[in-house]
Design a binder for this molecule. Structure first.
Ligand SMILES: Nc1ncnc2c1ncn2[C@@H]1O[C@H](COP(=O)(O)OP(=O)(O)OP(=O)(O)O)[C@@H](O)[C@H]1O
Length: 254
C-alpha cells in the first residue's frame, strides 16, 4: 500500500526490488528525495545504483515495490511518460549527436520537448526561432564559444556539459545524473561540480557518483547502497563516519 508523500518529497520509492533470475540486484529500497536537494546514490561496484536509476526512469520494470513522483504513482508508466512528468536522466554514455554542433544538439533537444523532433527538415525556420533559447542554455553551461563546434570534436568534459545542456532543454524538475564526473581530469571535475551547483538552483538532483569529494562538496543527502539494499543514509558528515559504510568501502577506494 502506498503511503502519502510529504509535500517536500519529490520522489519516493517503497520496497523497490529488482530480481534478475532470482538474484536481487535491488532489494526493498525505500528512498525519499527531498524537493530542491542534491541527493547522491553511492556504494561499491555492483551495489545496485545503476539498476535503481534504470528502475526510476522505467528502462526496466521492478519485480516489486512502488515509485511515486510528485505524489503520483509512476510504477507502471513508460520512460516517455516519466520524462514528460519532469524526471529526466542525463546519460552516462553520451546522448548527444556527434556530427551536430553544440547549438544544433540543444536545438534538437528543445524541439524534442515540444514533441516535434521528427519533423526535422520541414521545421528549419522553427528551429532557427529556437536559437536564442539554445544559446541561453549553452551560456548557462559555459559553452557559448563551442556553439559551432561539432560534438565529436569537443573535449570530453565539455561534451558532458553539453549533455547537461540538452537535459536542461527538457526543463526537468528532477534531474538524474549518472556519474557526471566519471573519467574526468581534476580541472573538468571542478567545472562540472560548479555547473551542477548552478543548475540545481531551481530543481532537484539525484546523482550516482563515485568521487566522494564531489559528493562531499555538492550533496545534501547520501544514500549508500550495498548489495542492493540501503546501508546508510544522511549527510556526508554522518555517513562518512558510519562504521558500516567505512567497511563497505574498504578495499574499494584504495
Ligand atoms: N540485466 C542484468 N542481468 C543480470 N544481472 C544484472 C543485470 N543488471 C545488473 N545486474 C547485476 O546487479 C547487480 C547490481 O548492478 P548495478 O549495475 O546496478 O550496480 P552499480 O552499483 O551501478 O555498479 P557500478 O558502480 O559498478 O556501476 C550486479 O551484481 C550486476 O551484475
Amino acid at each position: 500500500m502506498l503511503k502519502t508523500l510529504p509535500d517536500d518529497t519529490i520522489l519516493q520509492t517503497q520496497g523497490l526490488t529488482k530480481e534478475f533470475l532470482g538474484f536481487a540486484a535491488v532489494s526493498n529500497v525505500n528512498l525519499q528525495v527531498k524537493r530542491g536537494s542534491i541527493h547522491a546514490l553511492i556504494g561499491p561496484n555492483g551495489a545496485g545504483k545503476t539498476t535503481v536509476f534504470n528502475l526510476l526512469t522505467k528502462f526496466i520494470q521492478p519485480t516489486q515495490g512502488h515509485i511515486q513522483f510528485n505524489g503520483i504513482d509512476i510504477t507502471r508508466e513508460s520512460s516517455v511518460q516519466v520524462a514528460r512528468r519532469g524526471m529526466v536522466r542525463s546519460f552516462q554514455i553520451s546522448a548527444t549527436f556527434g556530427h551536430l554542433t553544440a547549438l544544433e544538439n540543444v536545438r534538437v533537444a528543445l524541439q524534442r520537448k515540444r514533441g516535434d523532433s521528427f519533423n526535422f527538415w520541414s521545421s528549419v525556420r522553427r528551429l532557427d526561432a529556437l536559437n536564442d533559447r539554445a544559446m541561453a542554455l549553452l551560456e548557462e553551461v559555459d559553452l557559448r564559444s563551442f556553439a559551432d563546434t561539432v560534438a565529436i570534436e569537443m573535449p570530453y568534459g565539455r561534451k558532458r556539459a553539453l549533455e547537461i545542456a540538452t537535459t536542461l532543454a527538457l526543463d526537468p524538475e528532477l534531474m538524474l545524473l549518472d556519474e557526471p564526473t566519471q573519467g574526468m581530469g581534476h580541472e573538468d571535475v571542478g567545472r562540472v561540480v560548479e555547473l551542477i551547483r548552478k543548475v540545481s538552483a531551481n530543481r532537484t538532483i539525484l546523482m550516482v557518483e563515485h568521487n566522494l569529494s564531489v559528493v562531499e562538496s555538492l550533496c545534501d543527502t547520501l544514500t549508500v547502497l550495498q548489495r542492493g539494499s540501503v546501508l546508510a543514509e544522511g549527510n556526508y558528515a554522518t555517513v562518512s563516519k558510519d562504521p558500516r559504510v567505512l567497511e563497505a568501502y574498504v578495499g574499494v577506494e584504495a
